[in-house]
Unconditional design. Structure first.
Length: 112
């Protein structure tokens, strides 16, 4: 049962990553299109009535945070999948010790 839970975590992580990535992919074009007041660092789009919100420092910080979560989550998924592949190879080879080693390593990965 615990082996099943270890590999099920990867699927759950992929679902979370998909939501994170989609939210970032939707937020980026929105921030480039949405206009609101002038930036503190000076006018970025003088021909428009306001600057795009992507030029505001806090919006850029939030976008970079979203991007960091997406890239970090992707890295964790790849790392976990590598452990699961090695675990499966232990099963194929009939090597219970190898299987247990990678199963324990997969169980010890902490997800955010």
């Amino acid at each position: 049962m615990f082996t099943f839970m270890n590999t099920a975590r990867i699927g759950t992580g992929i679902q979370g990553l998909a939501h994170t990535e989609l939210s970032f992919q939707n937020a980026l074009p929105y921030a480039k299109e949405r206009r609101s007041m002038r930036t503190l660092s000076g006018t970025k789009d003088p021909e428009k009535v306001a600057d795009a919100i992507i030029h505001h420092a806090d919006v850029r910080r939030m976008l970079l945070t979203q991007k960091a979560f997406a890239e970090g989550g992707r890295s964790m998924i790849y790392h976990s999948a590598r452990y699961a592949d090695k675990m499966a190879q232990g099963i194929v080879n009939g090597d219970d010790e190898e299987f247990e080693k990678w199963d324990d390593k997969l169980a010890s990965i902490r997800q955010f």
